[in-house]
Design a binder for this molecule. Sequence first.
Ligand SMILES: CC(C)(COP(=O)(O)OP(=O)(O)OC[C@H]1O[C@@H](n2cnc3c(N)ncnc32)[C@H](O)[C@@H]1OP(=O)(O)O)[C@@H](O)C(=O)NCCC(=O)NCCS
Length: 176
Amino acid sequence: MPSNEAPHDVPKVQKPKLQKKVRLEVWLRDFHKRDFSRICEIDRLCYSEDIAYTPEEMALGLGQPGAFALVAEAGEQVIAFVLAYRKKRSPGNSVGHIVTIDVVEEFRARGIGNRLMESAEQRLRQNGVRRIILEVETENEPALRFYKARGYILKRLLSSYYADGSDAYLMEKALP
Ligand SMILES: CC(C)(COP(=O)(O)OP(=O)(O)OC[C@H]1O[C@@H](n2cnc3c(N)ncnc32)[C@H](O)[C@@H]1OP(=O)(O)O)[C@@H](O)C(=O)NCCC(=O)NCCS
């Protein structure tokens, strides 16, 4: 017989607690020499030993003509960076190269990568760049999606591009 009384023996279903991401103040600024060891550390945290840049390679990248790096800072700690440079070809035909962009894992998916890329692209654009290229490991799905969402397209496969023998895609974006 149907009853309007609430059943006594039905266990209450606990609502799952929503995992709220703590609001984070993040500032972007130019790389400073004092950031060097931290960006090397971040690079090592983001990639396998075979792929991460050695400090010597990182210094070489930073020393390229037309190179610059931007860092993202939260709570006075650098948590992400982008390293890029401009290859001068002929006037009006400079090509920008994103060497790497690394966000410490716990700070990903908060728009920090997007902000860094936006600023790096703007900086390159101001320096006369109309086309940006970059390499990304073919198995790096999050990065591929990240770049595609920012308008980069696959240009070609670079076989055995990395020191561990893994392949890369060359990607490209034309700046408006
Ligand atoms: C790739 C990377 C830089 C992205 O940085 P991020 O701060 O996490 O990216 P954002 O939060 O700004 O995301 C921007 C967009 O990228 C895409 N994206 C980023 N991470 C993603 C993931 N894990 N899965 C799916 N899409 C992703 C989404 O389209 C996202 O837009 P949305 O937030 O509107 O969905 C970061 O994952 C990273 O540092 N990875 C390790 C190092 C690396 O692989 N670098 C690239 C070297 S080639």
